[in-house]
Design a protein around this ligand. Structure first.
Ligand code: C5P
Length: 403
């Protein structure tokens, strides 16, 4: 592994506060150590420091507008969130902290914070009275519970003449705090294989059988594993999604092709996560030319596809294995049976109901079942759910080595 921050993509958010002058030094020092910096500024930040200074130091145009068609056609707000390995907001004003705690997406910075699966780190900077106000303290507690990392603030003499807590940390303190967060990446050096998307079982050159799956959840899981420091192989059925940067992508179509790809990579992985919606059956034969539609009735003979997860868990040295289940009736009970039948370590369950289907949606609701407990991860955007799921998997994976 390269020493931090070399090669890291750091999205630096700058909000309105006098401490914004320190952000220029932060950009300079992180860049000179090999990090790539993309600055995103709020309108208020521009009153304190010029975007031109930050553009010159980071070598990239500063982004400041959410609804900017030209910038969005290049790297839009979703892509910015994906690009970032870490999202650092320094200085983070009281106003920005309140917006983040409230889940607002009212400008580019708050929107990227909401869209990213990368760790969000904030370095607050404000007058001591503003910092100590119950509203700010409530917001800080909310952010901590949401998994946002807080660095600082420092205490001492403030630009306004007050003395107390609220000063932004100095550049080197921020860098060393970032470094220690980075060292704590929960899956650093761990090899993870993820299957995603549907499979396509051809009937003839134009027709086939498939399952409902956009691949969004599997891709989000692969991305969250990457952000946690893992080396990720993503074995994907047909989807229209662009893969996360830095995964090793294996395109497959049928369940058989998926199994072959799994056989190539999964024997050398530590954690296997089967998110793919694998078709249970395939036509017994594939016609070489398009089947004519003259007949009134057509009978298809289907044969059972291999169960990929069961193949993985039947190996002598099996990885820590996680399955997914989408169930309509008694989801927890059925999922528990599947956990046992397929010898899984964890199964993540979607409840599919008339009023909520996870297919194609950006949101999902998951319960994680292990042999010892059920953990309700709640309903959230798939990106956020994926990072909570990866945190849970990582914890259980490391525990399994202690027992
Ligand atoms: O048995 P069921 O299809 O409900 O199980 C779902 C889980 O099993 C998912 O994790 C899916 O990726 C995996 N699976 C598989 N191979 C199959 C069918 C499902 O790996 N043939």
């Amino acid at each position: 592994m390269m020493p931090f921050p070399a090669g890291q993509h750091i999205l630096l958010g700058i909000t309105g506060g006098v401490a914004a002058y320190k952000s220029a030094d932060l950009v300079r020092r992180l860049s000179s150590q090999g990090a790539e910096i993309q600055v995103v500024m709020t309108e208020a930040a521009k009153a304190f420091i010029s975007p031109l200074t930050l553009q010159a130091l980071s070598g990239r145009p500063v982004r400041d507008t959410l609804l900017d068609t030209e910038a969005e056609s290049g790297m839009g707000h979703i892509d910015l969130g994906r690009w970032a390995d870490t999202l650092l907001v320094a200085p983070a004003s009281a106003d920005f902290i309140a917006k983040l705690a409230g889940g607002l997406a009212s400008d580019l910075l708050t929107t990227v914070c909401l869209a990213t699966a990368a760790p969000v780190v904030i370095a607050p900077a404000m007058n001591q009275a503003m910092w100590l106000k119950p509203a700010t303290q409530r917001n800080i507690q909310t952010l901590a519970a949401d998994g946002v990392h807080l660095i600082g603030p420092d205490s001492g003499e403030q630009a306004c003449g007050d003395i107390g807590p609220g000063r932004m940390l100095e550049t080197w303190d921020i860098i060393s705090e970032l470094e220690s967060l980075n060292v704590k990446k929960s899956l650093a050096g761990i090899k993870v294989t993820v299957t995603a998307g549907p499979t396509w079982e051809a009937l003839d050159p134009v027709r086939g059988l498939s399952n409902h799956s956009s691949g969004k959840m599997g891709y989000a899981v692969a991305e969250a594993a990457l952000k946690a420091g893992a080396e990720v192989n993503l074995i994907s059925g047909p989807t229209t999604l662009s893969p996360p940067r830095d995964v090793v992508l294996h395109h497959v179509r049928s369940a058989d092709e998926m199994l072959n790809a799994v056989k190539r990579v999964a024997t050398d992985c530590d954690i296997f996560i089967g998110v793919a919606a694998v078709a249970d059956y395939r036509p017994s034969q594939i016609e070489m030319s398009k089947i004519k539609k003259d007949a009134k009735h057509v009978t298809l003979e289907l044969i059972r596809n291999p169960d990929i997860l069961s193949w993985v868990t039947s190996q002598e040295t099996k990885p820590f294995t996680v399955g997914f289940a989408a169930e309509t009736d008694n989801p927890l009970e059925h999922a528990r049976q599947k956990l046992e039948k397929k010898s899984l370590d964890i199964i993540a369950v979607n409840h599919v109901s008339a009023d909520h289907s996870p297919f194609g949606s950006d949101e999902n609701q998951l319960v994680v079942i292990t042999p010892d407990e059920d953990i309700d991860l709640g309903r959230h955007p798939k990106t956020r759910l994926a990072s909570t799921l990866i945190d849970t998997i990582s914890k259980k994976f490391h525990e399994s080595y202690k027992t």
